[in-house]
Design a binder for this molecule. Sequence first.
Ligand code: HEM
Length: 428
Amino acid sequence: MAQTIPTELVAPLFNPLTFGEGKRDKAHEILRKIRADYPLAKAEVPGFDPMWIVSRYKDVREVLRNDDVFRSAIESKTLVPQSGKQLVAEFTGGEKNILKTLVHMDGEEHIRHRKLTAPEFSPAGLSKFVPQVQESADRWIKVMEEQGPEMDFAKEVAFRYPLEVMMDIVGVPREEHPRILELVQWFFNFADPDLMRPGADPTDPDELVKTWNLVNQEFGKYYSGIIEDRRSCPVDDVASILANSEKHGCPMDPRTMISYFLIFSSAGHDSAAATTASSMWYLAENPDVLAQLRADPSLVPSFVEESIRWASPVQQFIRTAAEDYELNGQQIKKGDQLYVSYFSANFDEEVFEDPYTFTVDRRPNRHIAFGAGDHICVGSNLARLELKTFWEKLIPRLESVELAGEAQMANSEFVCGPKKVPIRYKLS
Ligand code: HEM
């Protein structure tokens, strides 16, 4: 008999504010208790479909690696209230999700669409972008140099650097990057007063779906011009691959193509930005760690890996069982939905020694922040490249850094990171 998690314990996980206010301490506390007392149990939160909460590393990995059973396209892939699901169907003519990205596909369809661009983001494919990434890192470090000794690092650098790298790779002109950023911030932060779209009502349970629909339309308008341009005049960029996907054996309808552009414009930088901002926040509060890195720069790659675990920007995605399955002694039934917590898995004390300590030289570091299985992050190599490049260049020059005000997380129960990291610093 499946256990049900007390509603008062689990309901805050469904609320964006829990991950924003208080540096996610509340979310950590809830998930720690769930891992200990309800490792695989059901949540029945009013307004939402019932779902299993998968909190332990071992179970998260087993679910993600069994893509044939735990599917992405059967139901909503993200956490949406029941009323919002009806609205999604209305907006899309009966679909389960507003978007149809790689994240929302299964099986052969997923493989075909993934193969279209995955080679660009493989280590070999990325080698041609290395000089570009270095140039962008230099440019944003120069911004630090010019704006010092104080800045909001999240807003001035972390949001901008991975955005620039990714949008350059896609082929979006630099003057358009701020507009892309704004739309993506609306998309991920519909409930944050500083980042949400003007006119959004975070008290409306359907705000998420309304915002996603609107952002999707805005991206549709923007990218249709780029698609037209690259069809008539293809160049060496990802936009040209997507716009001419039919020639690469992967014809796409307009909704799928816009979604493909949208996932690169959102997932392609937001999580890397969150990780960059969260690491700077950590360094600003822990001068001993900065000193350790400056004394031994060979630690930067393991610092980057730990910073990804520490930031765990993707909190969760939903999977739906396509058949009955026994998971950790529990009977999952066909049609059951599972809230898969990458965030919880990354702090599972059974796998990570002292998980709430940022351990610069943690080895091994088997974090699952990029997911696992068929949907494992396409951009993990790029994320590692841009983070490593940035910190390898900055750390030898960063003589000191401290907080110059209150750092704050954005309100989001889905993809979550700092929205404000005010720092005072000295660069050599
Ligand atoms: C998928 C995390 C950076 C593009 C994912 C997933 C996670 C994730 C957890 C799996 C979703 C699932 O299970 O369905 C992260 C983190 C990043 C990061 C933590 C940075 C630290 C990037 C970058 C790109 C990117 C730089 C740029 C190409 C994607 C795409 C998918 C994805 C396209 C969908 C893959 C699929 O469903 O086949 N990411 N990501 N991500 N990510 Fe990332």
